[in-house]
Design a binder for this molecule. Structure first.
Ligand code: 8YV
Length: 317
């Protein structure tokens, strides 16, 4: 089914799963930016009609794209992180923004815990050891015990809180870094990320991306984490000074890192693949079918509410 001639025009920055594309196609006149051989010409051609952008967390909507769309009313984001959307440009023109909070908290937290276990218990390395036949020639290297450690969570919003709840079952001591202490949290609060990195064995980063946190995990934080310290990043590649991290990993100045996010995704720095003290996943914190279905549904409900003149379901302030 395709949309009627007077259905609202929506620019899609990248594809969604088929189960979202079908209903979107039925309700809107879609313009698929990723399929356009000449993006600028494509935008110029359709700009007079486009009233909404449907984007994804990592694709966002730049100031340049927003400026090119004079009729834009809404940027609907498939993802909770809006750091790649120029929110100031939206605000200046009264353009609404929606995202998909909460529905992905459990999945991102599960991946953070899974990555911690995979990294310290060498699960990916163990899999490789068995597959390659190396087991027949001797014992695998010993791993690091997970329980009994100190885990510091950088960013203690809804996902950070969920990670803490998950980890409470692992007999670890928990601390967190955030601007303000959470009075209802029993865990130790740190105002300084470097101080928490010096205290913990595992540093899990779930801070929002954007300018305020760019490179916040810097050489000083990595040094404080030290040669027995582990880094897990399920936030944005931008929160880590990647050059400093690669150097620290190559020189074994930290024990290892499990990373779901990078700069320049999906074409990440080739130096990561050469390391034996990392676990790497392809920005998949929310990547379960159940959560992706819930995210798509939320994007569609926001678009529907907007075009029906109702308040957004999950507006970004
Ligand atoms: C998605 C995300 O990977 O929620 C976010 O901020 O980065 C992720 O959930 C992404 O938006 C899917 O394309």
């Amino acid at each position: 089914m395709t949309a009627s001639a007077n259905s609202p025009h929506v620019l899609m920055a990248g594809p969604y799963p088929e189960w979202d594309m079908v209903p979107l196609q039925a309700a809107y006149t879609l313009h698929r930016l990723w399929e356009a051989p000449d993006r600028a010409a494509f935008i110029a051609e359709h700009a007079p009609h486009i009233r909404a952008i449907a984007t994804r967390g990592e694709l966002g909507a730049s100031a340049e794209l927003i400026a090119a769309l004079p009729k834009l009313e809404l940027v609907a984001c498939y993802g909770v992180g809006t750091d790649a959307i120029d929110l100031a440009a939206c605000r200046a023109r009264g353009i609404h923004v929606s995202n998909t909070p909460d529905v992905l908290n459990g999945d991102v937290a599960d991946l953070a815990v899974g990555l911690t276990l995979a990294l310290q218990r060498r699960i990916a390395g163990g899999d490789q050891f068995v597959r390659s036949g190396a087991w027949a020639d001797g014992a695998p290297p010993l791993a690091t015990r997970v329980f009994g450690q100190r885990v510091g969570i950088a960013g203690f919003g809804r996902i950070g809180g969920t990670i803490a709840r998950r980890l409470s079952g692992f007999d670890v001591e928990l601390g967190y870094f955030s601007r303000t202490a959470k009075p209802d949290s029993p865990h130790r609060h740190f105002e300084s990320l470097a101080a928490m990195a010096g205290w913990c064995d595992v540093l899990i980063v779930i801070l929002p991306g954007g300018e305020a946190t760019r490179g916040i995990v810097d050489a000083e934080v990595l040094q404080a984490l030290g040669p027995k310290g582990w880094l897990v990043n399920v936030s944005r590649g931008t929160t880590v000074d990647e050059g400093a991290l690669l150097q620290a990993l190559e020189e074994k100045r930290i024990a290892g890192a499990a990373l779901d996010v990078f700069l320049n995704e999906p074409r990440i720095d080739a130096r990561f693949a050469a390391l034996d003290n990392v676990v790497l996943t392809p920005h998949h914190g929310s990547g379960t079918e159940q959560t992706r279905r819930a995210m798509g549904e939320l994007v569609r409900r926001n678009l529907e509410a907007h075009f029906a003149g109702r308040p957004l379901i999950t507006p970004v302030p």
